[in-house]
Design a protein around this ligand. Structure first.
Ligand SMILES: [Zn+2]
Length: 289
């Protein structure tokens, strides 16, 4: 059932996750102490190793850590969180309106694991973002070139439709056109075909899952909390606490670099690690023995 990006090559590199987590922790402090470390001036003049050479960023699952998400019939499962007891959460970011180069730098240099769900009309600036997020400075600045920079920083680029419709209002064929059209476009522009789908507004129905399957998408990814401007976490649970396996939803909004710094500090202060979503999904969606 699980093929493609969840397959062999990523698995082979999973051991690098420990190093990645350590590096991330080091970069989060004011400065790394050892000379020649990744954030020293001398290191910045050397060619930087690519994300592929360093392996996937973020924590990867320990043996037996992740519970299994059972298959739901023959259709892709709908996933809101990862079944684990470890204090690990996952960052996902949607749409693609504000294309701040500072954010890509931050993700690349600090090796922060995020998964991007991009929407064509946002990436190509066909229209205008929701003004509630504030005045954007980089809307449509890099278009698909910006998404390729994210890819080069190690960010998986996933499917969030062409036009951001409420899918529940569309029939099967129209939904399939949105999902397959986006996967084709991402494959052409970014070079990797998506395997995950995030429905706009979290709205989906049985036709969405059928369409996702027809378009080669392995799972629908929802979320357990959203991140607001200022790095504030809006929980969907009454006790307002992070929980192991939470999936957090952000947007490509103005001031993302600052908000992201606040958010990552907050998560670490609460004793949580940032997890590699691909590696955890692969473990959670494993076949029954
Ligand atoms: Zn969206």
């Amino acid at each position: 059932m699980v093929t493609g990006r969840f397959g062999g090559t990523r698995l082979a590199r999973a051991g690098a996750g420990v190093t990645a987590a350590a590096l991330l922790a080091a970069c989060a402090t004011e400065q790394a102490k050892e000379p020649g470390s990744a954030s020293s001036p001398a290191a910045s003049q050397r060619p930087q190793p690519s994300a592929q050479e360093l392996g996937p960023p973020g924590a990867t699952p320990r043996a037996g850590e992740v519970g299994r998400i059972p298959p739901s019939g023959s259709l892709p499962p709908v996933i809101s969180s990862i079944p684990t007891q470890r204090k690990v959460v996952f960052l996902t970011i949607d749409d693609g309106w504000e294309q701040d180069p500072g954010f890509v730098r931050q993700v690349r240099e600090q090796r922060i694991p995020i998964t991007a769900f991009v929407m064509r009309d946002a990436v190509e600036a066909l229209g205008a973002p929701d003004p509630a997020g504030g005045q954007g400075r980089f809307v449509g600045r890099g278009k698909w070139g910006y998404v390729r920079l994210l890819r080069d920083a190690g960010v998986p680029i996933e499917n969030h439709t062409l036009t951001h419709p409420n899918l529940r209002t569309l029939g099967y064929e129209a939904q399939k056109a949105e999902l397959c059209g986006t996967s084709r476009l991402i494959a052409k522009q970014v070079g990797v075909r998506p395997t995950l789908f995030r429905p706009p507004f979290g709205n989906y129905n049985a036709d969405t899952r059928r369409a996702a399957k027809a378009c080669g998408l392995h799972a629908l990814l929802l979320w357990t909390a959203t991140v607001q401007p200022g790095g504030k976490i809006a929980y969907q649970v009454p006790d307002k606490k992070l929980r192991p396996g939470d999936i957090l939803l952000l947007h490509f909004r103005p001031n993302l670099e600052r908000d992201f710094r606040i958010l990552v500090d907050k998560i670490k202060r609460r004793g949580y690690e940032l997890g590699n979503l691909d590696a955890y999904l692969k473990a959670a969606l494993r076949r029954a023995k």
